[in-house]
Structures are given as C-alpha cells and as structure tokens.
Design a protein around this ligand. Structure first.
Ligand code: GLY
Length: 354
C-alpha cells in the first residue's frame, strides 16, 4: 500500500543519497496514485508527510489481482483517487464509476489513471505548476484528515473534499451543473462519503494552519466540467486580515449558513447570516458580496447570477489544465463558498443512488 511504498521510497532516496527501487502497489490507492510520480515521505509528529523527497522508482509493477484481498472500504479509498482522475481528465473514466462495472474494468481504470498521472509528472515533477491539479479535492480532504486526527482514511477524506469543491464551484458559477450532482452520485455509488462531520470553520482553520501550505497562498483546484479543471490561488492574508480602507465592525462578521436546496436563495440565508463570528474572523459583509448586490444579504439569487455574469466578462473559462486563473473574485467569497458546501446535505436524488 501507499504507506509501505512511501517509506521504502523515502529510505531509498536517502540511503547513499539515493539508490534504485521498485514500487509494487498492492492497493488500488497505491496503484492509481502514490506509486506513480516519485513522491516519498514519512510522517512527523508535527504532521503528515513532512519529511520527504522526490525519488522516482525505476519501475512500477502492479498485479491487480492483489486488489481482491482488499476490504470494500480500502478499495473505495482507491476509487476516490480514480474518480478524481476522471473529473480532471476523462468523461469515459468518470462514467465507469457512475454506471459501469468497476471491478470488471479495473485494469483499464488503473492504466488510465497511471497514464494520466505519468504525463502530468513528466511535465512538472516537483509540483510547481500543473501537478497541483492532482490535488483536486485535497484542500478540504487534507483538512478533514487533520481534523479527524488521521482516523478518516485518505480516500474517504478526498471523496468528501471532491464533493465539497464541486458544490462550491457550481455555487460560484465556475462549473457547469449538474457536475456536483454527478460527482456525488459517483462517490455514493462507490461507497464513499460526500460530506463531513467537521464544521466549515474547523476545516478552514485546518487548511490555513497546514504546514505544507506554500507561502501565503492556498491553491484551490476547481472542477469546471467532467474532464476539465482550473487552479485558483487565494492569498491567505485576504482571508485572515480585513482590508484597511474599511472600518471593521465586529458585528458584521459573516457566517454562511447551511445550504438549503429547498431554499430559493441557496446557501445564503438572509441578513441574519451576519450574526456569529466566522472562525477566521474579521470579514466584513461587503467582502462576501459583490458591490452590485449592495448591502445586506437579500439578493443571493442576484449574487449567483452576478457571479456568472462577471465570470463571463473576465477571462474565458476555456479548457485549462494547470493554468492559473485570476477570476478577481474576493478570496473571502471563494472560501465562504467552499465552507458553505461543506455543510451541504445530500440531495434526494444523490441519496437515492445505489
Ligand atoms: N498525490 C498527488 C501527487 O502525487 O502529486
């Protein structure tokens, strides 16, 4: 599995400043993700994977028969990363998890995941650009792992993270509906969660205190449609510090309420949403709303339409792989959309999926 491969790879990378090694994944998760790409690491008391290096294996050998020894939960862990690859790259791969026979097509699934990841790693081995797209669902996923003290398995945390970011992308008008519905159905069908018990505030705090966060930025990978995604960088200081030119009134802190699919205004729940502090503190109401909506929270439908309108006016959301987008949306609004998605409850249709 992934832990064994990571430890062996790390040892091989350190010993004599690097000796050759082979990866032989025996779990689906290791086969579709961790055995490919040369990331190796061990955990430190301060956090997961904190001591590590890039050291490419000389060969990866995978016998998919070993997956028959996996518990359904362990198999599902790997399915989450393969579903992630489908969202990033391939409608065909994704639809196998939506309606196909995963076990009967496992060789095809592993091959597609490995081919896709190998191409990305060849282009950007050390994750300075396009490789970051492989972290789709991982911002919230890692936060869930951290909040749970690493008792939630990686694939399950990533699954909830995929559902959260798909819902947020749809809310912000960046993704085409019904992407979140499809992602939720695929995850549920493969024994994976689409929500988490942790509060949006706790998840945001965990994401911000992530020791592996690059400098002052959080990079979100946002799905736009099945087979296409974009990277969005959010400067952290925008999330933790109010802008100077406005007076900060603590009564105006913002909390996005639980999303209600039956409520015509969706995730925003009226002016009372201004009550209660957000965990990260210090947002004014106007940070969370476009100026055209004006004060208060009354026009969420207008907000969503406005977001779509503004998105159309800016850079075309063409098929982008790894290209940075400046969508000029308030960082606080991005975070709030992600947070509000984190408290989403499954829709009837998604819950009914088998
Ligand atoms: N698991 C993501 C990567 O290898 O970059």
């Amino acid at each position: 599995g992934g832990v064994t491969g990571d430890m062996a790879g790390f040892a091989a990378g350190c010993y004599l400043r690097g000796v050759r090694y082979a990866q032989m994944p025996t779990t689906l998760l290791a086969a579709v993700d961790s055995s490919v790409g040369g990331k190796t690491a061990v955990d430190l008391a301060a956090g997961k994977n904190l001591a590590g290096l890039f050291h490419q294996p000389s060969i990866v050998i995978c016998d998919t028969d070993t997956f028959q020894t996996l518990s359904p939960d362990e198999f599902a862990n790997g399915s989450a990363e393969a579903i992630k690859t489908g969202i990033l790259d391939s409608e065909t791969l994704f639809s196998l998890f939506e309606s196909g026979d995963v076990h009967a097509n496992i060789v095809e699934i592993v091959s597609q995941c490995v081919a896709f990841k190998a191409g990305i790693v060849e282009a950007d081995e050390t994750e300075t650009g396009i490789r970051k797209t492989l972290n789709l669902g991982h911002t919230a996923g890692h936060a869930i792992e951290r909040c749970s003290g690493y008792t939630v398995p990686h694939g399950h945390a990533v699954a909830a993270g995929l559902a959260i970011i798909a819902r947020a992308a749809e809310t912000l008008g960046w993704a085409e509906a019904p992407i979140s519905n499809r992602v939720e159905r695929a995850l549920i069908r493969n024994g994976l969660p689409i929500q988490t018990e942790f509060s949006p505030e706790a998840l945001a705090q965990a994401a911000l205190s992530d020791k592996k966060r690059a400098g002052g930025k959080i990079t979100l990978v946002v799905p736009k449609q099945i087979g296409s995604c974009a990277l969005i960088e959010i400067p952290v200081e925008q999330l933790v510090r109010p802008r100077k030119h406005r007076r900060f009134n603590p009564r105006h802190r913002f909390e996005v309420r639980r999303a209600s699919t039956s409520h015509p205004r969706g995730a925003c729940q009226g002016r009372n949403a201004a009550k209660d502090g957000a965990a990260l503190g210090g947002y004014r109401r106007n940070d969370c709303l476009p100026s055209r909506v004006g004060r208060g929270y009354r026009a969420c439908a207008g907000w969503r339409a406005g977001a779509r309108h503004r998105a159309r006016q800016r850079k075309p959301l063409a098929r982008l792989r790894g290209e940075r987008l400046d969508l000029s949306l308030s960082a606080a609004r991005c975070l709030r959309a992600v947070q509000s998605s984190a408290v989403h409850r499954p829709r009837q249709a998604a819950g009914a999926a088998h």
